[in-house]
Design a protein around this ligand. Structure first.
Ligand code: MRU
Length: 369
């Protein structure tokens, strides 16, 4: 099948050049009831959209930040092309990179993307490239990161599909699908590949409190693609592992450390322990941009603490006593001992991850995606 034919029905984010450089994105906070596309022409709007979960999911957060940085320089070129010194441009670079680094702390994709864009910009400035050239270069870098993500999703799907048999019932958590990437997702990539290959599968989808990415997003996108699913509340997972015939769990990741510890949406850890207790394979699917070899273990991963209102409210409805204290860590860390395999765009790593993740990198070092 050609790349064009492999496009998912849902497009998460893209760039439009005219009438002025614009980042278009699906507002995920309104799904599934409203399908609204936002058009942002200022980097601050893009950073705010990341914070407010209008665009979310580790890979696409990184790509959005990259496009946001490109937008910041396209905008600068349009409004002030003549009057800026290299020092002014360098200051703008620092400000814009900081803006994106302060949006969400857990997904390493964001920091890798910002670092990459910063590096490109510094190279252009060192070589005394014009502001116009810098803006174009940054746009092309962001677009090629998006293209790489698309390809990575296909590769993760191709590696993971063999872990799924015809007739399997699978479980997933949060949203690790097309909405979290510019392609076919991470945790859902093998599921989409299995579906395309004609395997009859059924997906149990955790609703994923507090923000309901499972109920609102995963259920919606699987439905768009015609994949049969059953939505469950998070606390039903153990019951269905015991009685529902679940054959494997597939999730994404926000950051994976050297030893194979995995940060992902809150509740992933409990699922992994449950899967272990029921002898059900627990698969983590993530592109190389989610692997952080600079951290030895999951204890070092910064966990985003979000507004407790996400717990005490569902939409605008207050569901707890007024004034009650609520905790809201957005992610947890699953220790590597509960992870059966990590499916990446470079291949599949199995324990011991401290060796196998490095080996995958080594084997793929010269391979540009
Ligand atoms: O808070 P979110 O919605 O950005 O959290 C998303 C997740 O935890 C996903 O599972 C993770 O980013 C992997 S998705 C490709």
């Amino acid at each position: 099948m050609t790349k064009e034919k492999m496009q998912p029905k849902v497009q998460t984010i893209w760039w439009e050049e005219s009438p002025e450089p614009t980042i278009c994105m699906l507002d995920q906070s309104l799904l599934p009831h409203q399908v609204v596309y936002l058009r942002h022409t200022h980097e601050q709007q893009v950073a705010d959209a990341i914070k407010a979960l209008k665009v979310r999911g580790a890979p696409v957060i990184g790509i959005t930040a990259a496009f946001g940085i490109a937008l910041a320089f396209s905008r600068l070129f349009r409004v002030q092309a003549e009057s800026l010194s290299t020092t002014d441009i360098q200051k703008h670079l620092v400000t814009v990179c900081e803006l994106f680094c302060h949006t969400r702390p857990t997904a390493v994709n964001l920091f890798a993307a910002v670092e990459h864009m910063q590096h490109c910009a510094k190279t252009v400035l060192r070589e005394q490239g014009s502001l116009q050239y810098l803006a174009q270069k940054l746009y092309h870098e962001a677009q090629s990161m998006a293209d790489e993500d698309f390809d990575a999703c296909l590769k993760m799907g191709a590696y993971g599909v063999d872990l799924i048999a015809d007739g399997d019932i699978l479980l997933t958590h949060c949203n690790a699908g097309t909405l979290a990437t510019v392609g076919w997702g991470t945790g859902l990539a093998p599921i989409y590949a299995a579906h395309r290959a004609g395997k009859r599968i059924h997906i149990f989808v955790d609703e994923t409190r507090p923000v309901l990415q499972g109920a609102r997003l995963t259920a919606w996108e699987l439905q768009q693609e015609g994949i049969p699913l059953t939505l469950i509340t998070d606390n039903m997972a153990g019951h269905f592992m015991r009685h529902g015939g679940i054959k494997a769990v597939f999730v994404g990741a926000d950051r994976i450390t050297c030893n194979g510890d995995v940060a992902n949406k809150i509740g992933t850890y409990s699922l992994a322990v449950l899967a272990h207790a029921h002898h059900i394979p627990f698969y983590v699917v993530a592109p190389r941009s989610t692997i952080d070899l600079s951290l030895p273990s999951g204890e070092h991963i910064p966990i985003e603490q979000r507004d407790p209102r996400e717990v005490t409210f569902i939409h605008d409805q207050h569901i707890a006593p007024v004034g009650v204290k609520a905790a809201n860590p957005a992610f947890d860390v699953t220790p590597h001992m509960y992870v059966s395999a990590i499916i990446t765009d470079m291949g599949i790593a199995r324990p011991p991850y401290s060796t196998t993740l490095h080996s995958l990198y080594k084997a793929n070092k010269s391979v540009k995606m």
